[in-house]
Write a protein that binds this ligand. Sequence first.
Ligand code: SAM
Ligand code: SF4
Length: 529
Amino acid sequence: MGDLPLIVLIIAIKQRKEFKDKIYELFTDTLSLFYMESYLCAKEIMNGLIADIDVLDKKEEAEACDFVSTKEGLNKKARKLYIESYGCQMNFSDSEIVTSILKEEGFDTTADPYSAEVILINTCSIREKAEQTIRNRLNFFNAIKKKNRDVTIGVLGCMAERLKSQLLEEEKIVDLVVGPDAYRDLPKLVEKADEGERGINTFLSKEETYADITPVRLNSNGVTAYISIMRGCDNMCSFCVVPFTRGRERSRDPHSIVREAQDLFSKGYREVTLLGQNVDSYKWSAEENNKAKLEKTQSGVIVNFSNLLEMVAEIDQELRVRFSTSHPKDITDEVLHTIKKHENVCNYIHLPAQSGNSRILEMMNRTYDREWYINRVDAIRDILGEECGISSDMITGFCSETDEEHKDTLSLMDYVQYDYSYMFFYSERPGTLAAKKYEDDISLDVKKARLQEIMAKQHELSLVRNKLDIGKNCKVLIEGLSKKSDQQMQGRNSANKVVIFPAEGLTIGQYVHVHIVDCSAGTLFGEII
Ligand code: SAM
Ligand code: SF4
């Protein structure tokens, strides 16, 4: 069987991505039978293999489903915890909260699932593809469990909320199922699992924000960090599972946010990104943190997103502040003026449009139309100038979208001149408003062809936008060595563009001024001034 990885590799390179999951399954099954001991080496081959397939399938980039796993902790005597996190940045932040909770109970992280006592998979349900990938990983972890019955396998996050008892009772592939608002219950549930009981808590809270928990920074570069400022979402975009899996919108106590940012700054971090599904609707008072209830009662002094941004910006001029995601219906001129007022609040807004056509936007229940979106972009350009970075999320092939309507998305992209976009084709999710109301009637081929078109458009626009920076100077926060050469360093400018420049005795976490001399669609290249 010694040649099996090679055979799989050859098959994988010859076949297209449709076979990737099958090969993955075959490979992980084979692993469980023949390659248990050499898992780490096999994982390396596997990663290379996936990378090769991904290169073949660059066009399908938007479908890719990456994960981040825990690194080896320092405490060798602790019980070992392995977490794999999928999906959005909110999920990665949640894994940091989970690690913090379990560290209190005597756990430390490991990079190797084979040495873990507890394996947790923090899941994403946003597209079908993500769920499929996670199921494959669960099969793999179950192969580990066949060898080591003492290991506890748990599913966290959105899939836990969506599939609850199906994973636990019907398929019997996990020991724990814990939803995004129930992480405080994990120590108790792990203890139960130690005693052989399966545990579930998918209760969605109206108040939980984990405000008092200091996240353990996983996969950190020591310079940039994410701070979760709110949970849940009260919007009901018809394509989206988030309101069902993450519950009602709650804002976190601003004082705890400021304390977390101050603590990070004192430890050498120089950039924080304030995270929420819809940061512009952040609203908190000492009496009420649930947005719907607060809007009804208007009780107490209300802190809005602009106030919060100001509070964090005032911690220190040397601490950069970013935020994501902004919803076009909620972003206010007040927020734009706060960005303008503070040099350390970055000149960059992620403003997902989803579509450029008003009929589709209405069916998506985005609560704005093309004109409203354009008005918000015009306000950004008026107040923050042409240099402000703007990015978007786009969905192609939503129910009943015509060719003409798809062209409206392309023309909106031309109007806005996005610096970049995250682009997806529509994936129907069970239980959402769209799944109930509309037929998913655009063929996969058409969805993919439209996706290719908007990706090509975005590539063109990114290059145009980056070329405008050639000959200009910008301030860059150094985040690390360039991925391609240790003679070069990389960081980002205020507009969130990656800038690469010669290393010349510089250190990570330092601000430098860079003169831009060249660019590609994804990167600016410069010289230190
Ligand atoms: N709260 C953010 C907003 O309103 O823009 C979006 C959060 S969602 C986790 C990230 C992106 O996933 C969305 O902006 C959307 O483009 C995409 N997405 C969500 N549901 C989808 C679906 N059913 N099919 C395809 N893409 C989807
Ligand atoms: Fe989903 Fe819409 Fe909420 Fe974003 S704003 S998380 S797309 S429901």
